[in-house]
Design a protein around this ligand. Sequence first.
Ligand SMILES: Cc1ncc(COP(=O)(O)O)c(C=O)c1O
Length: 365
Amino acid sequence: MIQTPYYLIDKAGLLRNLEKIAYVRERSGAKALLALKCFATWCVFDFMRDYMDGTTSSSLNEVRLGQERFGKETHAYSVAYADYEIDEVISHADKIIFNSISQLERFADRSAGIVRGLRLNPQISSSGFDLADPARPFSRLGEWDVEKVAGVMDRVSGFMIHNNCENADFALFDRMLGDIEQKFGALLQRAEWVSLGGGIHFTGEDYPLDRFADRLKAFSQTHGVQVYLEPGEATVTHSTTLETTVLDTLFNGKNLAVVDASIEAHMLDLLIYRESARVRPNEGPHRYMVCGKSCLAGDIFGEFDFPEALNIGDRVSIQDAAGYTMVKKNWFNGVKMPAIAVKELDGAITPVREFTYLDYEQSLS
Ligand SMILES: Cc1ncc(COP(=O)(O)O)c(C=O)c1O
C-alpha cells in the first residue's frame, strides 16, 4: 500500500490516447510532439516514446528535459529567451521557434546553425477564458502582421500557430484553420513546416479522427508543409488520478470532508480556472464538499455525491489529474507532496517517486 496522497498514472489510460495519436500521425503524415508544459512526468516517457515524435517546450529546463528524457525530435520555444540561456537552449534543440521578430533578430547570429521558426498569432481563438486565450487583445504571443513576417522569411523556415484551447469541436477547428489559411496563405506557401500547437481535444470520445487527420493532410499538401501537433492535455486526458484519504469530516450546513491533499498545491489549474475537480461515479445519496488541507478558505475540490457516508480513512480518487497538475505543484503550507506511482498494463502498481521533508527544505533556502 502506498501512502496517500499520490498521483496514479494508469498506463492503460495513457495508451488509449497514444494509440489515437499514432493513428492520426499515420493517416495524416503529421508529427506529434508532447507539450511538456502540460505533462513532464518523465517516468512514463519510455512508454510514450514509440507513439510520438518528440517534445516541445516553453523554457530552457523543459527543452533540456525533453532532449535528455524523451529524445527524438526536440522543439524549443519560449515567450522570451534571455541572453545567458540561448546557447544552451540551442544545444538541446532540433528547432527553435521565436515568439517575436525582435527575439529572432536579437539571436539571429547565435541561432544561425539551427532550424528556425516564428510564432504567428492569427488573432482568432476557440477559448472562452481570456486568461488562456493566446488571441486576447494586446496578446504578446506571436506575430500577426503578414508584411512584417514576410520581411524575415529569409531567416525562418516554418511557423508555430497555437490558437486552440480545449477545443473538442472539429467543425470549429476546421473553420479556424480555414481562417488561418486565408490570413497567412502567402506565408504558408513559403514555409517548410507548420506546427498547429496544442489545445485540440482529438483523443476525446466521438472526436472525428478520420476527418481531423484528412484535414491535416489536406493542409499539408495544399501548402507543401510538414505539419506538427503539440498535444498536451489530449495526450494525458483521463489517464491519472490524485489518490487522497479523508482526514476529517464536519457538518457546517453542508457535509464537508477534508482530504490529505490540496487543490491549491496539487491541482492548481482547476483553482485558477474556477473549475470543479471530478470524482467517479459521483452518484449516491451522500453529498459532500471535498476540501483540501491547506489554509486557503477556497481550497475546495468540489461537491460530489457518494454511495456511502464518508468516514475518516476513506479513499477519494480525484479524476483526470495528469494535465497541468504535476508541472504546477507547489509547497504551499508545506503540505505533503503527493508521491508518483504508475499502474502498469497488468494492473500492478509501481511507486516511482516519494517526496520528503528534504525536498521541501531544498525548494527554499
Ligand atoms: C505553444 C503551445 N503548444 C502546446 C500547448 C499544449 O496545449 P494543450 O495541453 O491544451 O494540448 C500549449 C498550451 O498552452 C501551448 O501554449
